[in-house]
Ligand binder design. Sequence first.
Ligand SMILES: O=C(CO)COP(=O)(O)O
Length: 271
Amino acid sequence: ARAPARFARAASRVAARPMMAARTALIAGNWKMNTVLPEALKLAAAVKDASVGAPGDVAICVPFPFLESVSKVLAGSKVGLGAQDCSEADKGAFTGAVSTGMLQSVGCAYVLTGHSERRSIFGESDALINLKTKKVLSAGLKCILCVGELKEQREDGTTDKVVAAQLAAGLKDVSEEQLGSIVIAYEPVWAIGTGLTATPEQAQDTHAAIRKWVQGAYSAAAADRLVIQYGGSVTPETVDELMACPDIDGALVGGASLVADKFARIVNFKA
Ligand SMILES: O=C(CO)COP(=O)(O)O
């Protein structure tokens, strides 16, 4: 999704643009509430094998009970382990909750926050998402913060406004240095699990708007470094076109990440 650094530097001299960072792509699978242990182990082993020659970074966000055993399967591979949620608290009387310290202790490198299913099904507010995001960062983990508009919002032309508000709230009190441990996943809600992928143009436009927002809120350098994933019905058939867009730096994949062959093709995208 980007030119090699030497071309980017040459281009920046010609066009007098700020130097572009060489962003490393990140393809992440979000298994959601799927698999039982034997399936999880088998799928993780397949992802490990498929990722050996992958052009970018790879991660899988697996259900809590399988984190530790999947971590052993992934040991020594380039596949990072991720969780799908965490508590905003450190520890104590929070029945059923899972802390970032627990996640770190079983080998997690990534945590998702702000997923639209957490927002809509579990009623998570922007304020709670911000607390969770900051907890992930203070534990030294990488945070994949998800944002995205509803169908009605895309139709009434408020996508950029909605996404900007989610970014402002989710990243409140997150420093520019901490932003280096954030990945933004743009997941239009109408495209999640529906088979309706955003067109590369729709996705690129919103990714560019996200990067512009980060430039205004932080700096051009921070915006340039930021990895922005697209999520929403990504498949082997759509990944290459999406990854060819200049501001699309990766994918957050739900359904297709549960099918070993499909995810193998996605992590080995051709841009
Ligand atoms: O929500 C998603 C990833 O977090 C996307 O899910 P699908 O790829 O199944 O649309």
